[in-house]
Design a protein around this ligand. Structure first.
Ligand SMILES: NC(=O)c1ccc[n+]([C@@H]2O[C@H](COP(=O)([O-])OP(=O)(O)OC[C@H]3O[C@@H](n4cnc5c(N)ncnc54)[C@H](O)[C@@H]3O)[C@@H](O)[C@H]2O)c1
Ligand SMILES: O=C(O)C(=O)C[C@@H](O)[C@H](O)[C@H](O)COP(=O)(O)O
Ligand SMILES: [Zn+2]
Length: 357
């Protein structure tokens, strides 16, 4: 079992390894009521998970995937917790992928103005990214994650055994976020995938376990000292580092009405910003090519010709890194040398779009 320490206001631990789920009872010691939010596909897992808990458990079944991240679902969760008599010492547990833990975290952040929250991620993406770091929220039709709060969990249990049964498409999508960490900070991640992409998507392989741990380490480093994504100053990039590929990725998700997997959209988003960085003369072409090659090796998408440029540009303007009418991208000048690319010309944005089509 590995442990990654998160240096939050109230520090917490990410436990990674087979059997980590059995530590849930310890995290909830002395807690009277627990709401376990999860998608229907995990109902049996949740029954097993809560069997030994001392607390009174309120299970709340959420709609699947992005359909959980809506204001209607949020309201129904508030009602369920109120009906169960929740108090400030009670806890919300999110068991599922990133969509589940984003919604569960926002329920915890807002109920009674903030109660405890634990994440038990069951997707690769949840483990390496969504369940760690306290970004919680919902989507609006107008844009991805437009409403939310920063609310750190009390603990994160990444039990690799819970990945068994996860569709391979979702394993790949999660690895897009891991490759993101490889490009911005840890090139060994890229090497591990390039060496054996088939082994990388095998959820029982030591390679996948290594990739998950490395992804979490990069995320922990990015959020340390910048939990609220407030400081990318001078040469230092704070938490925005792990938003690489998301400016275009989120615009794509919005254009596709959230029917794309998030990781797939981030995959295309990384190619977009790699093209953009090359168009503006920031990044060598070989690095752009490496994006396409390693993402394709995993079977991830690298092209998109759905929505038109104007619609995607409108989506990118809603990105949280945007300041006023100035778009800001996390881009690379070299592998693992990220910079903020501020206010690129519209003609360059358009050319990068043409190149991924
Ligand atoms: N808060 C953050 O920092 C952060 C970081 C990255 C992504 N996200 C968000 O996470 C979401 C994407 O997360 P995701 O890729 O995990 O998708 P997801 O939560 O939609 O899960 C993908 C699918 O896998 C199913 N599933 C989950 N665990 C399973 C298991 N063990 N076995 C079988 N099926 C299982 C789910 O029901 C769903 O259908 C997006 O909304 C994205 O915006 C948030
Ligand atoms: O934790 C972060 O910070 C990230 O940006 C991680 C992203 O992978 C994640 O998709 C996050 O939800 C994006 O946040 P947003 O602020 O761009 O909505
Ligand atoms: Zn993401």
């Amino acid at each position: 079992m590995r442990t990654v320490e998160i240096a939050a206001e109230r520090p917490y631990r990410v436990r990674v390894g087979a059997g980590a789920r059995h530590e849930l009872g310890g995290l909830l010691e002395g807690v009277e009521r627990v709401a376990v939010l999860h998608p229907a596909v995990l109902s049996d897992r949740v029954t097993e998970l809560v069997a030994g808990l001392d607390a009174r458990v309120t299970p709340v079944v959420l709609p699947d995937a992005e359909r959980a991240k809506t204001a209607e679902v949020l309201t129904s969760c508030w009602d369920a917790l109120a009906a169960a008599g929740f108090t400030r010492s009670d806890v919300v547990v999110g068991v599922g992928g990133g969509a589940t833990t984003d919604l569960a975290g926002f329920v915890a952040a807002t109920m009674l103005r903030g109660i405890g929250f634990v994440t038990v991620p069951t997707t690769v993406l949840g483990m390496v990214d969504a369940a760690v770091g306290g970004k919680t929220g919902i989507n609006l039709p107008a844009g991805k994650n437009l409403v939310g709060a920063f609310h750190e969990p009390l603990g994160v249990l990444c039990d690799l055994e819970l990945l068994e049964g996860l569709p391979v498409e979702d394993v790949r999508a999660g690895l897009a976020e891991v490759l993101k960490c490889g490009f911005v900070a840890d090139p060994e991640i890229l090497r591990l995938v390039e060496e054996d992409p088939v082994d990388a998507v095998d959820v029982t392989s030591p390679r996948l376990a290594e990739l998950v741990s490395r992804g979490i380490e990069v995320k922990a480093g990015a959020i340390a000292g910048d939990l609220r994504e407030a400081t990318s100053t001078g040469g230092r990039i704070g938490r925005e580092l792990v938003n690489y590929g998301h400016t275009f990725g989120h615009a794509l998700e919005r254009a596709e009405s959230y029917r794309w997997r998030h990781g797939d959209a981030v995959s295309v988003g990384m190619v977009y910003v790699a093209e953009l960085a090359e168009v503006v003369g920031l990044q060598p072409a070989a690095l752009r090519d490496r994006h396409r090659e390693v993402l394709s090796a995993l079977g991830l998408p690298t092209r998109y010709s759905g929505a038109g440029f104007e619609e995607l540009l409108a989506g990118m303007r809603l990105d949280k890194k945007t300041r006023g009418s100035t778009l800001r991208f996390v881009a690379l000048e070299e592998l693992a040398r990220p910079v903020i690319l501020t206010g690129p010309e519209e003609s360059d944005l358009r050319e990068a779009h043409r190149r991924i089509g």
